[in-house]
Design a protein around this ligand. Structure first.
Ligand code: ZN
Length: 213
């Protein structure tokens, strides 16, 4: 399906923004943008022009943040005062595989792309787990979705190592044994996961009014 953005490629000035970046090119990007695509507001080979563009953008905005990067060995890098590349940037021009983008934009399909604080796109896929009782539960799990690295289940962001999933075991293994009021109750399952719908975390009182043998 054609999106509004597809048609915009007909305009040369828009298409230019999506052209592959060239080695040695200076790019002013919006950091913390949470956009799936890298937001490049300015690009060119003139360091001073790029630097002053970036400074002006930052002056005009209280909330957004714009940063200058240079393409070096195919990756975005920070620049020193002379415009030479220094360390690799956390923000990169991530290429998301088409399949994942399609699911992300299709409201009828389960799964969506979330952008990590570092700019890395993570795809949250719905996965069905079968528990020991043979029941299926759906859970969202993070997977990679880049063209050259996709379908890999991840716990941490591959780019900045931020933790993506909560430590679930913490909730489930909270007790070494059943809470006192739950002992012997038929609604408490013996694998220490509460099966009780009324007090899933145990009753507040010492004696549970709904205890059933
Ligand atoms: Zn990250």
């Amino acid at each position: 399906m054609d999106t509004k953005e597809d048609f915009e490629f007909l305009h040369a000035y828009v298409a230019e923004k999506f052209n592959p970046y060239d080695e040695g090119e200076y790019i002013v990007i919006q950091t913390l943008s949470k956009s799936i695509r890298l937001r490049a507001l300015h690009r060119g080979f003139d360091y001073r022009a790029a630097k002053s563009f970036c400074e002006l953008e930052n002056l005009g905005s209280d909330y957004n943040h714009y940063s200058l990067r240079i393409v070096y060995q195919g990756k975005l890098h920070h620049v020193d005062f002379d415009g030479a590349p220094t360390i690799k940037s956390r923000e990169q021009d991530w290429k998301v595989a088409a399949d994942y983008l399609q699911v992300h934009y299709d409201r009828n399909l389960d799964g969506e792309i979330e952008v990590c604080n570092c700019s890395y796109p993570v795809f949250w896929a719905l996965k069905t787990y079968i528990n020991q009782h043979g029941e299926g539960t759906d859970k969202l799990i993070p997977v990679t979705c880049l063209i050259d690295d996709h379908g890999r289940e991840i716990d941490n962001c591959p780019n900045c190592n931020a933790r993506l999933v909560e430590e679930e075991e913490e909730d489930e293994d909270i007790w070494d044994e059943a809470p006192e009021p739950c002992k012997g109750c038929k609604y408490y399952s013996d694998n220490y996961v509460m099966a009780c719908a009324v007090y899933p975390y145990g009753p507040d009182e010492d004696i549970c009014p709904d205890w059933a043998g």
